[in-house]
Design a protein. Sequence first.
Length: 479
Amino acid sequence: MSDAISFLKPRADVLARRAQIVADLTDLLPPECLVHEARELVPFETDAFVSYRRLPLAVALPRSTAEVSAVMRYCHRYGIPVVPRGAGTSLSGGAIPQEDAVVLGLSKMNRILEVDLPNRVAVVQAGVTNLNISESVSADGFFYAPDPSSQLACTIGGNIGMNSGGAHCLKYGVTTNNLLGVRMVLVDGTVIELGGKALDAAGYDLLGLVCGHEGQLGIVTEATVRLIAKPEGARPVLFGFEASEEAGACVADVIAAGIIPVAIEFMDKPAIEICEAFAHAGYPLDVGALLIVEVEGSEAEMDATLKDIVEIARRHGVKTVRECQSATEAALIWKGRKSAFGATGRIADYICMDGTVPLSQLSHVLKRTAEIIDHYGLRVANVFHAGDGNMHPLILFNANDPEDAARAEAAGNDILKLCVDAGGCLTGEHGVGIEKRDLMRHQYSETDLAQQMAARAAFDPGWLLNPSKVFPLEGRPAA
């Protein structure tokens, strides 16, 4: 499997100058901010997409925008590729390096610079973890809405790179809906500011282009994010169904009725069993599919919304409706869901896919996903953000069996193609990275790809930033 996805051939001239490059970076950064010994580079050879590994030339860990600028200016001058890295939680290989690249990690830039409650914004460095933002303002009654399952570890810079979402994206949106501004270092070391505290910035919406750029347009070093007041109350409810198709149809009808809960999360039977064994959250084990529906507001508002949702669920043969009775029970329900990926890793190797489909196609795609998995003789656990159709099938396989691994990758590709063919797209929040790079032509025409690559090249004409990612290697413009 490690040779299935190709990388760009390392630049021979860069490899030949490795010793000099390390020496020059040593002049730009203090010793604790530069990693270059072979054994110390190993932790940076991959991200959460662990099927592929490459040792980088060196790892720079700057502490400020000025140090990021100095490293970028140097690498640009000598034609050295740069791979940005947050916490390394990317599930699409977005932070996997290559042998001629300097990994630029932002883990040391982890300070919250300003909390402005009157304007409901916070200014943070890119290495701040997602969860830390909410924790820093929780006592004042606020939170930061996007909440990826990896929010304990993932950083805001990586969230911006992949336009991450999370369980609560149904009501509050993903990163792009909660991002107001960035400070960004361009490939030549120039520092620019996009957006700010205002709700809408003048000029072109370059911020919208940057959110989701997968580290190919520049290095985001600071972000201004939106803070939201905590609701009066919140209540997760478990809905158990006989089959996945019934649960999928229920989701579509809830949204079609104009009801927007805070979250609608889906688990099929394998995922329910895996998560319950880990978290002991009280999930029903006698159902084929489970929805976690969270509503918020006053007690009267929550009761009214739940009444409407229960009525719709009954039309789809719901077997179990279990309301949360305490804060402890609510925490366990969400612990089970947010631990799904880690809990699955306890029982098997897996590939986590990330296709998005229209809600009207959810039942169809779930049925076809099961057929695809059966065709390849594999197993799957489905757990995903059902409210916005962002699917995360976990394809289980044996990483020590090359044939099994190849089947898993082929099944994943077929599922992503299915999502596109159903009117959806290749990725909802994990990004393209290397995982979906060669499927881009299934979603886009050559004209579409050329336009996107032209926009990318306007920021990075030499294709030095994260160069092996996102776009097919064939057909790229000459650097």
